[in-house]
Design a protein around this ligand. Structure first.
Ligand code: DGI
Ligand code: FE
Ligand code: FE
Length: 191
């Protein structure tokens, strides 16, 4: 954990590091809430660790992200090549595995999919996706207080709400939507 924090302090801006700690603690709190039957071993600690690492590649240059994908045979869609910030999850998971020896697939998936989500997410994947959106230092967005409350009441409804808001936000900016973000939204709308 010390090595990870040292790396993050070095490679992230101050604000991004602050956000990272917020996501780690928020994810741990959500894990406490949703691991009621304690069937998911060490969920709180794993959520904290995934939260710490989720944006570890966020402050890397686009060139470097693309270079890491190319060198390590990580798939890169046309959309991702054109908007390399969409790759920070995938590259982050790669760093978590290679540099920090994380082998827990669920943690690696949670890091990989934290920006777009994906259908049929695991509990840990949903926790990281949601914690990323609601952590205390996240800049206020529409209905954030409502979403923060909902996050501790109904995890799938929260997924739907966040995805719907993200799509509206992207539409308002005329930003291109990754097919996975759209597909994930459709899947949670049906639940
Ligand atoms: O890295 P963070 O800022 O903490 O959070 P994030 O990894 O969830 O990235 C958030 C941004 O990603 C937010 O501005 C919305 C954007 N995003 C999510 N899905 C898509 C997307 N941007 C585009 N262009 N297309 C998407 O499908
Ligand atoms: Fe991110
Ligand atoms: Fe984040």
């Amino acid at each position: 954990m010390k090595k990870i924090k040292k790396y993050l302090k070095k490679h992230l801006t101050k604000d991004r590091y602050q956000h990272t700690l917020g996501v780690a603690y928020t994810a741990a709190a959500l894990a406490m809430k949703y691991n009621a039957d304690t069937s998911n071993a060490n969920l709180v600690k794993r959520a904290y660790l995934a939260g710490l690492l989720h944006d570890c590649a966020k402050c890397m240059s686009d060139e470097k992200k693309l270079h890491i994908c190319e060198k390590n045979n990580l798939s890169c869609s046309a959309m991702e090549a054109e908007h390399p910030y969409l790759l920070h999850g995938k590259v982050g998971a790669h760093i978590a595995g290679k540099k920090f020896g994380i082998k827990d697939e669920d943690i690696l998936h949670a890091i990989t999919w934290h920006t777009t989500g994906r259908p049929n997410m695991s509990l840990l994947e949903k926790i990281i996706f949601i914690a990323d959106y609601i952590e205390p230092s996240r800049k206020p967005v529409k209905e954030l207080d409502l979403i923060r409350k909902l996050a501790f009441e109904d995890i799938d409804k929260t997924m739907e709400k966040i995805l719907s808001n993200t799509l509206k936000y992207l539409d308002g900016k005329n930003a291109p939507v990754d097919t996975m973000t759209q597909t994930t939204y459709e899947s949670y709308r049906k639940i």
